[in-house]
Design a protein around this ligand. Sequence first.
Ligand code: CP
Length: 311
Amino acid sequence: MPIIVMNKNSLVSISDISRDEMLDLLRRARYFEENPDSKILDGKIVATLFFEPSTRTRLSFETAVNRLGGRVIGFSDAATTSSSKGETLKDTIKMVSNYVDLIVMRHYLEGAARYATEVTSVPVINAGDGANQHPSQTMLDLYSILKTQGTLENLTITMVGDLKYGRTVHSLLMAMQYFNPTFNFVACPELRMPQEYKDFCDEHGIKYNETTEFSPEVINSSDIIYMTRVQRERFSDIMEYERVKDRYTLHNDMLADSKPTLRILHPLPRVNEIDRDVDDNPKAYYFEQARNGLFARQAIITRALGIDPEK
Ligand code: CP
């Protein structure tokens, strides 16, 4: 059997890339926003393998490929594939690798994307693995923060809601290590930020405050409020989900004394954590944030395929 070497252009965890690589991806994202129609993926085929539901991530990855002239194969429901007959993830990845230049995969198991990189030499992009990591979301979050704040440096970022299972906050926290952030972690005790991420903050000199109160002091000191959905699909006890699901809701009147430059982010989908009365507030940025996902993912795809869009 040939030895499989992980493709160095894979993106499994945000910690796979350096500060400079992140900044390069952000430059690329800006390029794609300004140059939407270059057909630089002509002849390339990308697989989108979604073992978990998705709207934004899958559709923006597929749009990113289509707009750049590539083609997409894949599935959005694993029940329609041979994994429902018992085919292993390893075999599925090896089969798909025969057909494509790049694999984008979402899976419910933490570590599934890393495992995929160990059984194929085709680059793999992690589109979310359980409660672990969602690095392409992080790149669009960074791009959104940069666009709205004009910098990534020295910002106060308040993360609210499900900080235990929310993979987007875990990835974003790690990415911000290079930019001297201050975090507020607002969560009920059942969904607080896991100790490993607080240890990460301590090890990297990142300042953070932990609280159960989504107070005016917290809101008014924030540059970014990052709301998150309570991840029902991660709970083994549905009664526990019912107890905590509506603990934090952002309403428009709570923003009255917030900074003029504050922006509200949310990876979406939302349930009840942002009231609809916030949507018309100019500080609400979550729909534009999702749009930025197209450009961030074009940047990630071209990096994975070793294509420089500006050459
Ligand atoms: N933000 C995000 O991952 O959304 P989807 O689950 O719709 O892909």
